[in-house]
Design a protein around this ligand. Structure first.
Ligand code: NAG
Ligand code: NAG
Ligand code: NAG
Ligand code: NAG
Ligand code: NAG
Ligand code: NAG
Ligand code: FE2
Length: 404
């Protein structure tokens, strides 16, 4: 197998588990940098493929009927609010798909501090998206109904029990539980943070997630390249050895959207109780008809964009205890004249280091890369934004993309 051609369904993953302890004065900050880079020879035994988990694998198979919720997930909105998202109904893939009516299933979350006692109820919104390929041999997709509800009025650092669904059908989920972020301030931190990139949906992804679950994180940063649905052939199974030979009339490469639903189920046991903060990678671009991109990423996930003054789900920020996290978009405009840069500047300006002493940033492709694959690919973004991050003394940066 040639691992340097992008269409090969190799799943690659990186995972870092970090535990942030209270700030100690010995830890050098970027104020003392920049430091000499430390590099290590690549261990090529890590560069091995892994088989895709089959669509009928128990971890990927839909296990609810009717309009019961599935693919339940959480994302931080603030220390006192949480996004709850899920999917109802059946996605369709084929030659004549009809979009479901998102208004046909309501979006409700019932929640409270005691199991079985839901003292609060909140309604939200629902939507659907389609991935269309009007090209010979390719199939169209339309999603199940995707629900997003923002529940608020929560206490920080507190456990909440919840159910989601539509009580009028009735089709409410089982009870789930989560804990809100610790209050913003220099004396409380998330217990443990998992940083995962380039996850995919193979047997190695499953090893990775078992490892994450075993480490019991209280927050997950998912730094892009989530499902690799764009490397899965429309007709199912493995990638074709030569896409343009198999589909000579298709001007764009297809993606197999049911992989997103499989991934949502695969992740649900963890992310229905621990919030996951996503940022887009190149595998989320997923071009379709009429130049539409990022449909799945933008429709499936809630992120605290509005909460952080961002006009787009492509970049945002949030606090968790004494940490301010900034998630940047590398596949949208990052120029110093553009709106992301203006937002970043504003966001950094607003950071109060006495309240959040730690400043952490993440985006998908690294700015420094000595590896032959994607060599210096994001040098332009570095040139546009790096000085600003130094100016505001960002402590730690996480990226994915160069899969190890
Ligand atoms: C990844 O998968 C490959 C093939 O399925 C296997 O040989 C390898 O041991 C796996 N690596 C890890 C870390 O699980
Ligand atoms: C997919 O949808 C497009 C746009 O609606 C349509 O032109 C095309 O015929 C559909 N393809 C199939 C295979 O149904
Ligand atoms: C496509 O599906 C719709 C709704 O199910 C149906 O009314 C229509 O006749 C179908 N069209 C074709 C060409 O099969
Ligand atoms: C639902 O949509 C309405 C109208 O677009 C918006 O005002 C409201 O904030 C949304 N609610 C949620 C939970 O997204
Ligand atoms: C259905 O799958 C989800 C996600 O894997 C899991 O959390 C849940 O326990 C399963 N439910 C049943 C009834 O098997
Ligand atoms: C960003 O700046 C570069 C160089 O000035 C320019 O070529 C590019 O078109 C700009 N991109 C956007 C999205 O404005
Ligand atoms: Fe990538």
């Amino acid at each position: 197998m040639n691992y340097f051609t992008p269409w090969i369904p190799v799943t690659i993953f990186c995972i870092i588990i970090i535990q942030i302890k209270l700030v100690t004065s010995q830890i050098p900050t970027t104020l003392k940098g920049p430091f000499k880079p430390v590099t290590r020879k690549f261990d090529s035994s890590l560069r091995r493929g892994s088989d895709d988990l089959a669509m009928d694998h128990p971890l990927l198979k839909k296990n609810v009927t009717g309009n019961f919720p599935e693919q339940i997930s959480l994302a931080i909105s603030s220390p006192t609010s949480m996004w709850v998202s899920w999917v109802t109904g059946d996605a369709q893939i084929g030659s004549n798909v009809t979009a479901l009516d998102p208004a046909s299933v309501a979006s409700e979350v019932w929640y409270g501090k005691e199991s079985g006692k839901y003292t609060s109820k909140q309604k939200g919104n629902s939507t659907v998206y389609s991935q269309l390929y009007p090209f010979e041999g390719l199939l169209n997709y339309t999603s199940g109904i995707i629900h997003h509800v923002r529940i608020d009025g929560l206490e920080p650092g507190t456990k909440y029990y919840y159910k989601c669904g539509d009580s009028s059908i009735p089709a409410m989920s089982e009870e789930h539980v989560f804990e809100t972020s610790p209050p913003s301030g220099p004396n409380s931190y998330p217990r443990r943070i998992a940083v995962v990139g380039d996850l995919g949906l193979t047997s190695n992804s499953s090893t990775t997630m078992d490892h994450v679950v075993m480490n019991d994180p209280s927050l997950i940063l998912m730094v892009g390249d989530l499902t690799y649905a764009n490397q899965y052939r429309t007709i199912g199974g493995k990638g074709v050895p030569c896409f343009s030979c198999a589909f000579p009339d298709a001007p764009i490469r297809e993606t197999y959207q049911p992989r997103w639903d499989g991934w949502g189920r695969f992740m649900e046991p963890l992310i229905s109780r621990v919030p996951m903060m996503v940022i887009e990678g190149n595998h989320e671009i997923e071009p379709q008809v009429a130049g539409v991109t990022f449909k799945s990423y933008l429709t499936r996930f809630s992120v605290p964009a509005e909460e952080s003054g961002s006009k787009s789900n492509f970049y945002y920020s949030f606090d968790a205890g004494g940490i301010h996290f900034i998630m940047l978009g590398a596949y949208v405009d990052y120029n110093s004249t553009g709106s992301q840069y203006a937002w970043l500047k504003e966001d950094l300006h607003g950071v109060d280091r006495t309240r959040t002493p730690w400043l952490v940033a993440a985006w998908h492709p690294p700015w420094y890369n000595s590896y032959s694959s994607h060599y210096q690919e994001f040098e332009c973004m570095r040139q546009e934004m790096e000085a600003l991050l130094y100016q505001y003394r960002v402590d730690i940066v996480f990226s994915g993309h160069e899969s190890c």
